[in-house]
Design a protein around this ligand. Structure first.
Ligand code: NAD
Ligand code: TYD
Length: 359
């Protein structure tokens, strides 16, 4: 039975990935989730699978070399799926250091521990081992030509401390491949949306604010473009790269779904107006009048757009969820999980919101 070590499995994409894997493989895998439970990690996300016999949660920080080495010593790990990271661009602008510590040093700890555990005498690696490093399209920088896309060959040009830290981590993974022939792959995915996303990110923040009748902050002119992918389609791509991806290769993941931020905000408003029943008092509050243009993000990348040709041609990956369906599913999920939202937006998040927005 194959053993997966997932880092950051209590976060947004990580928890969706854990569900995806148990839906797909059931009792045929063992999965260990290693997470430090920062503000972004929430064990409530995993309630649906926490009692499974083939699932283990370990609270550990990926910067803690001893703790990570102990996990490898005690478990015969076959596949590492490395999600754990500080993931929010705005936070990275205010406090870059923790991004370097977790995203760069933490990745170095993970690579080193996996290498030590998987290496044979003589420097080759045991069969069937793979390290999947989950990265972002933001490492490529920003596109100015509207006909341009990010390919795997696009030179790295990160602008935010977040994307610079992810780019550094990607280069470390590449260094392990080039130097040691370490069995790793990298995936660079576009913006994800779906259940369990922390409401500091655009889509859940707008849904949450609209449902509470609060202003909807739009940075700058609202015309920055992001390429949105439903989270399950990202999980499917990661699983395919683990199964069939060539060792040492990187794969872009994205569904050709570019939207301006203001379009996203208006789509959420329109969908909420359709979904909310007429007798729901929140319905009257949900309108475009809530849209509030605020100061632009520093160094705000203008456009991201992924060319997924390689993963589609080589591995047969295609997205299953159209944006119109995915956004509806996502909005409904947040409406059905108001307690979840309430729990994570109380406390520290309130302070963050006040400092960040002042609206
Ligand atoms: P997230 O912020 O929701 O979750 C991150 C998780 O990592 C949390 O559970 C947190 O507790 C954990 N973590 C943070 N620091 C840790 C540490 N030092 N040790 C152990 N655990 C730690 O992030 P996400 O949106 O789910 O992103 C997951 C990964 O996917 C990241 O590597 C991110 O760069 C990448 N990615 C995200 C997107 C996106 O749109 N969200 C797109 C492409 C790639
Ligand atoms: P975000 O969800 O933070 O993802 P990323 O910065 O990693 O792409 O932001 C998505 C886009 O939405 C980005 O262009 C910034 C913009 N944005 C707003 O306009 N208002 C907001 O309150 C937030 C959080 C983001």
């Amino acid at each position: 039975m194959r053993t997966y070590l997932v880092t950051g499995g209590a976060g947004f994409i990580g928890s969706n990935f854990v569900y995806y894997m148990f839906r797909k493989y059931g009792d045929d895998i063992r999965l260990i989730n290693v997470d430090a439970l920062t503000y972004a990690g929430n064990l409530e996300n995993l309630k649906g699978i926490e009692d499974r016999k083939n699932y283990t949660f370990i609270k550990a920080d990926i910067r803690n070399k001893e703790a990570i080495e102990k996990i490898f010593a005690e478990n015969d790990v076959d596949v590492v799926v490395h999600f754990a990271a500080e993931s929010h661009v705005d936070r990275s602008i205010v406090n870059p250091e923790v991004f370097v510590e977790t995203n760069v040093l933490g990745t170095a700890v993970m690579l080193n521990a996996a290498k030590a555990a998987w290496e044979n005498e003589g420097g080759s690696f045991k069969d069937g081992k793979k390290f999947l490093h989950v990265s972002t399209d933001e490492v490529y920088g920003s596109l100015s030509d509207p006909k341009d896309y990010f390919y795997e060959t696009t030179p790295y040009d990160p602008h935010s401390p977040y994307s610079a830290s992810k780019a550094s981590a990607d280069f470390l993974v590449k260094a392990y491949v080039d130097t040691y022939h370490f069995p790793a792959c990298i995936t660079n995915c576009s913006n994800n949306y779906g259940p369990y996303q922390f409401p500091e990110k655009l889509i859940p923040l707008i849904i949450n604010n609209a449902l509470s009748g609060k202003k909807l902050p739009v940075y700058g002119d609202g015309k920055n473009v992001r390429d949105w992918l439903y989270v399950d389609d990202h999980c499917k791509g990661i699983d395919m790269v683990i199964e069939k991806g060539r060792v040492g290769e990187k794969y872009n993941i994205g569904g050709h779904n570019e939207r301006e931020n203001i379009q996203i905000v208006k789509t959420i408003i329109k969908t909420l107006q359709e979904i909310l029943p007429n007798d729901d008092p929140r319905k009257a509050n949900v309108s475009e009048d809530l849209i509030t243009y605020v100061e632009d993000r520093k160094g705000h990348d203008r456009r991201y757009a992924i060319a997924p040709d390689k993963i589609s041609k080589e591995l047969g990956w295609l997205p299953d969820t159209k944006f119109e369906d995915g956004i509806r599913l996502t909005i409904k999920w947040y409406m059905d999980h108001l307690d979840w939202m309430e729990n994570i937006t109380s406390g520290d998040y309130q302070d963050y919101y006040k400092r960040m927005y002042r609206i």
